[in-house]
Ligand binder design. Sequence first.
Ligand code: PLP
Length: 398
Amino acid sequence: MSLLSKKMQPLVENNSAIRAMFEEGKRLASIYGAENVYDFSLGNPNVPAPKEVKEAIISVVEEENSNVLHGYMSNAGFEDVRNAIAQSLNQRFQTTFSYNNILMTVGAASGLNIVLKTILNPGEEVVTFAPYFLEYGNYVNNYDGKLVVISPNPPSFLPKLEELKEKVTEKTKAIIINSPHNPTGVIYSEEIIRQLASILEEKEKQYGHSILLISDEPYRELVYDNVQVPFVTKYYKNAVVVYSYSKSLSLPGERIGYIVIPDELEQSQALIPAMAIANRVLGCVNAPSLMQKVIGRCVNVNVDIGFYERNRNELYNHLISCGFDCAKPEGAFYLFVKSPIEDEREFCRLAKEENILIVPGSSFACPGYVRIAYCVSYEMIKSSLPAFKRLAEKCNIN
Ligand code: PLP
């Protein structure tokens, strides 16, 4: 009998593919020099955390009572921090949250797991739209739920609402949306959120139970050209928001985020404490205390989006001029480019010959496309441009 569980075995096998990509990057760098390898594979922010974060780390350590700062606390997190977040949301989105509606988490990954752990019974379904962050499948599987995937909608990549109507069944417990979106950079407009909400309300009536809308929002602040990201709890009462500071403050390693659980949510009086318990029994216990306090002092601070905007404009304009087919992203830091040849994995292989590392769309349940993460230095963007030109020529597209 293997010590490795049946659930873990496929995860270990898949992980070796990601690991292989990472190793390949290192191998190419050792041959050609790191400056000649263009690694666009990871969504790891390169923009430094704002100076306010460093200042807050120092002042929190100097000013807070050390036993409180480093001690255990309520599983939901420090009340003063949750209150600061609630007030900031209320100001920005005209909501009426209190600290009680905010649960501090170990990033969005943990937030999603807390929500799914709290609501899912084995066999219940969670619907999402392809392309999607593939971890959703693993998270749903953690609680023996089933992920139901709605097919991609190129070239706009807006959600296919007709297919949603077909795929929401009596087994549907929740749907996960992600806007601004990884990997396409699409933002769902107010109109789309309204349509989505009205379909879910209809389905709730039809099946006689609540359907939770989970809005996964690590990229909320990474928005260009003043596009608005609607706050979903204002449009649908059975909604929760899963937020993260990984991208908005460039703190992915610090593992800090929160869930918004509104009072309007059906059974909120049971769900609010239940999610705090889920945080505990999943083993996180509480979000990192130092980082909570830092966030409490940085609730209205964001990274300088100008860095990503410059990268987006430079790379997007170049790719279009080379003949590649791709929509201009409205948010996040990814370009989702149509593969000029049918098999996008082969296209990624050709890109690698030019020392360009990009991720096949099949890693997001959307073959035929590739993801380019432009959260890299501007210098890397600039020096990669001739390599993209050669790649275009190799694929005969210009
Ligand atoms: N959801 C999406 C769509 C993501 O792209 C990511 C990370 O890249 C996460 C969730 C997880 O973010 P966190 O670092 O907050 O766990």
